[in-house]
Design a protein around this ligand. Structure first.
Ligand code: NAD
Length: 413
């Protein structure tokens, strides 16, 4: 196998599981070599009249379980190796959530803050002109990711439909509701994580009212999960964003914090709260810590100071491998990202189903189905943890990898 084809980081993820499942070299190739990797270069005319060339990627990692699914991000540091790794994780996430999908990821190397709205629309449409022949509702279905949003998905959908000459809403998810997006998509990731956490708290016979929570990151995911848990009676004592954090041991009124952030642009300075740094928030004495900001927030230098009993990984990859080992030794339960934040891709799947069937589901119906899917995944996880005597991360990897390999074997000639 050509070295360039291999996803170097994927091997790191499957090392332990490969030993447990006694995987052979063919299995390892399936799990470390993406099926299809695309690198595009395309010109876009800027507002100044100058033309700039952009690089775009799409990696379709594995499609044994169904069409590939995964987001498109706009980021200045995006590179092929990172896209390979993220597409591998999407393959596992879809398997964990029992969705009939493989995994993909992609995006454009761009700092969106340096371009006008008109230029971003031109970049989105130009990228779709490159991608169009390789995607489709039964082939590969993109979605929003870091720095992309429903508006961008709307532009891309419109460009795709112009190219193929007919309507095709199921080719992309996370669209505006008026273009066939699903009710509930905006806070689906947060509800999904809240359902998983609630299940675990009940399983441990802990009371919602006595369970203290700290949330790092008050963006789409962090803000909504803090609000949902507050509404359900949990005591959310600390939240933070990139400008700083706040703490109140009696619990914060999250709806009020949201209004404060709307007015001032940050959570800091909320009345009746004490200021807290992001480092201190991560190390605070709470039952549940929810990192919802960025990758590698918990690393080998702060893992030893974490006092939470449960970590719910709402961000992607917030705990480094070294930190993972330290936290496990401290008997901290870590609910891994591929389960905790799977609510987003589950509701994306619901959006795709609604588009294919020409149906419209209410928010209530979407959330009910989401809860069922998340609970099914937690039940399945408990069985694998028990059967293999493994922690949650290893168990999820075992279960997902078995599903992908089973599907591959059924297809082999
Ligand atoms: P977002 O941009 O809306 O919010 C990120 C938040 O983190 C912001 O409040 C920002 O101020 C804060 N932040 C940034 N740096 C910080 C720091 N050093 N300390 C504290 N806060 C900091 O992004 P989002 O959509 O909420 O996504 C958050 C994470 O969840 C990302 O890792 C993303 O990949 C993951 N995720 C999101 C979704 C989704 O549906 N949006 C789905 C799956 C995974």
């Amino acid at each position: 196998m050509e070295k360039d084809n291999i996803c170097i980081d994927c091997s790191r993820h499957i090392d332990k599981v490969a030993r447990t499942l006694k995987l052979d070299q063919t299995d390892i190739d399936i799990l470390t070599v993406p099926r299809r990797m695309m690198v595009f270069s395309f010109p876009v005319k800027l507002d100044s009249g100058n033309v700039q060339y952009f690089t775009g990627y799409r990696v379709q990692f594995n499609d044994a379980r169904g069409p590939t699914k995964g987001g498109l991000r706009f980021h200045p540091e995006l590179n092929l190796e990172e896209v390979k790794r993220l597409s591998f994780l999407m393959t596992l996430k879809c398997a964990v959530a029992n969705l009939p999908y493989g995994g993909a990821k992609g995006g454009v190397v761009i700092n969106p803050h340096e371009f006008s709205r008109k230029e971003l629309e031109s970049v989105s449409r130009a990228f779709m002109r490159q991608l169009a022949e390789f995607i489709g509702p039964q082939r590969d279905i993109p979605a929003p990711d870091v720095n992309t949003n429903p508006e961008i998905m709307g532009w891309m959908l419109d460009e795709y439909e112009k190219i193929i000459g007919k309507k095709c809403p199921a080719v992309i998810t996370g669209k505006p509701i008026k273009l066939g997006g699903s009710e509930g998509r905006e806070f689906s990731t947060s509800y999904g994580g809240a359902y998983v956490l609630d299940n675990i708290i009940k399983g441990l016979s802990m009371d919602r009212e006595k369970t203290t929570v700290a949330v790092q990151g008050f963006g789409n995911v962090g803000m909504h999960i803090a609000r949902i848990l507050d509404e359900w009676g949990y005591k959310v004592v600390a939240v933070s964003d990139s400008k700083g954090g706040i703490f109140n041991e009696k619990g914060l009124n999250i709806k009020e914090v949201m209004l404060h952030k709307n007015k001032t642009g940050g959570v800091a300075g909320f009345k009746g709260s004490k200021g807290v740094s992001n480092e201190a928030l991560l190390e605070s004495k709470v039952d549940v810590l929810i990192p919802s900001a960025m990758e590698n927030a918990i690393h080998k230098n702060n893992a030893g100071k974490i006092k939470a009993k449960i970590i719910l990984e709402m961000a992607n990859g917030p705990v480094t491998t070294e930190a993972d080992d330290i936290l496990l030794k401290k008997k901290i339960r870590i609910v891994p990202d591929i389960l905790a934040n799977a609510g987003g891709v589950i509701v994306s799947y619901f959006e795709w189903v609604q588009n294919l069937k020409n149906e419209r589901w209410s928010e209530e119906e979407v959330l009910k189905k989401l809860r069922e899917k998340m609970e099914q995944a937690v039940t399945e996880l408990s069985k694998v943890c028990y059967n293999y005597n493994c922690n949650m991360r290893e168990s999820l990897y075992i279960s997902a990898i078995k599903k992908v390999l089973d599907a591959e074997r059924k297809r082999k000639v």
